[in-house]
Design a protein around this ligand. Structure first.
Ligand SMILES: C[S@@+](CC[C@H](N)C(=O)[O-])C[C@H]1O[C@@H](n2cnc3c(N)ncnc32)[C@H](O)[C@@H]1O
Length: 432
């Protein structure tokens, strides 16, 4: 397909996503299935165009004075990819599956691409209804925070200490242009190429051998800062597919007990294979038999650490899921806050006297971060917040510089602050 035909295809897919309110991945998959002529490179390029257009949906619509899928794609070419109007006009020839010619109005908007009069939420590409909440998380630079969250994400891996080390992994993956992570001693980063994609790491021998896992550096950092120690009894209460379980097992050097469970037993399924690859031997997966069944009744009040990687809006991962940003609804935030209170209450029963809960979200919204911790502390008088300085000192690494990202109860990481996904961590401790 020509570059111009790919743009037409992206407009078509975006139309499907917006009109039918479909997840981008579903719309892209369907498009690919019904257009067998499109090769893998075409599909990848179209997906990147669609995701880039979603990243800048609000600002493109404003600058173009039009929120049609065509305007969003054309606006993104100017706003995100920095293309001149003339270059875009050349692509829009109206011939051979290329988009129709630019109108005079479109050409003018592409030349000026003027966001000077745009409200902050538009310049930041954050949904307007979420703006007050988002802005409350950041005293300054709030527009820049939104813009960083509307950018492309790198691909990070966590080198598995049980099987390898970072120097060896850097050598083994040298052909892919690896960079050392800035914060986590286990992190290696791969920047996205001009096509917006990172290398396909899941085909590397090291991946099959369990030498590394794909995991955002922010996710690695909050796990490091949870304070898990070799020999501890640790519970990963919202383990899902086990990204943090695997990181915890490596931190614990396979010493002590690590229980992994989740409300949704199906989510735990991939963890079996991942554990086998990783060489982790101290993990016990506890599958709940039905809703309401407590799969951890035998370890009540025994945990040194309960890790709560809570269900949340996922607003910290909008770089990776730009369509989720526009699909999240006000009711969803209220529901997640309820889930968070429920899961924290469950964690409280599992912590031993003197034990901790590490509360984590991949969110940038204070209601589900400090707000959730405040609500928990209000209902659980036996728990007290652990000061951030103490959390940073206990983590396995040199993290003192992160102190400037402290919130009332925890730490807020973000693409613009730490060049990671937006993660929040706060620790609370049960009185002895
Ligand atoms: C952010 S995801 C976990 C991701 C996972 N820890 C990882 O690192 O790959 C949140 C998980 O919490 C689970 N969950 C929701 N409510 C829960 C509850 N009350 N108890 C335990 N898990 C819950 C969801 O099923 C979901 O898998």
């Amino acid at each position: 397909m020509t570059p111009a035909a790919r743009i037409s295809a992206a407009i078509e897919v975006l139309d499907d996503i917006i009109r039918r309110r479909r997840p981008a991945s579903d719309a892209l998959k369907d498009w690919g299935l019904s257009r067998r002529f499109a090769g893998s490179k075409d599909r990848a390029a179209i997906a990147t165009l669609v995701y880039d257009a979603l990243r800048r949906k609000a600002s493109s619509a404003f600058a173009m004075g039009d929120e049609s899928p065509r305007a969003l794609v054309l606006g993104m070419l100017a706003g995100l990819r920095g293309m001149e109007m003339e270059e875009i006009a050349e692509l829009c020839s109206g011939e051979n599956h290329a988009p129709e010619r630019l109108t005079e109005q479109e050409a003018r908007s592409l030349i000026t691409f003027d966001l000077a009069a745009a409200p902050d939420w538009v310049r930041a590409d954050v949904p307007d209804w979420l703006w007050p909440s988002f802005a409350a998380s950041f005293a300054t630079e709030v527009v820049a925070e939104g813009q960083a969250l509307a950018g492309r994400a790198p691909v990070d891996i966590r080198v598995n200490r049980l099987k390898s080390n970072r120097d060896k992994a850097l050598r083994d993956l040298a052909h892919l242009g690896p960079e050392q992570g800035a914060w986590s001693p286990d992190a290696i980063r791969f920047l996205p190429g001009p096509d917006g994609r990172g290398p396909s790491l899941q085909t590397e021998p090291g991946f099959f051998e369990g030498a590394f896992e794909i995991q955002d550096e922010g996710s690695q950092l909050v796990t490091l800062l949870s304070g898990a120690q070799p020999g501890d009894t640790v519970i990963d209460l919202c383990a899902g597919a086990g990204g943090k379980t695997l990181a915890l097992a490596a931190l614990m050097q396979n010493q002590g007990r690590l229980f992994a469970t989740d409300l949704d037993s199906r989510r735990l399924a991939p963890l079996h294979d991942r554990l086998a690859r990783s060489g982790a031997t101290n993990v016990e997966i506890r599958v709940p038999r039905n809703r309401g069944h407590e799969a951890l009744s035998d370890v009540m009040g025994q945990a040194d650490l309960v890790l709560v990687d809570a269900p949340c809006t996922g607003s910290g991962t909008w770089r990776r899921n730009p369509d989720a940003k526009w699909r999240v609804r006000p009711g969803a935030l209220a529901e997640r806050i309820k889930d968070q209170a429920e899961v924290l209450a469950r964690a409280a029963k599992l912590a031993k006297p003197g034990g901790r809960i590490a509360y984590i979200t991949c969110s940038m919204l204070p209601e589900e971060n400090d707000g959730a911790v405040e609500a928990f502390l209000g209902k659980h008088a036996g728990f007290a917040p652990v000061p951030v300085a103490e959390v940073l000192a206990l983590g396995q690494g040199n993290f003192a510089l992160l102190a400037r990202f402290a919130t009332r109860f925890g730490l807020q990481l973000s693409p613009s602050r730490t060049a990671t996904d937006g993660f929040y961590l706060a620790c609370v401790e049960r009185g002895a």
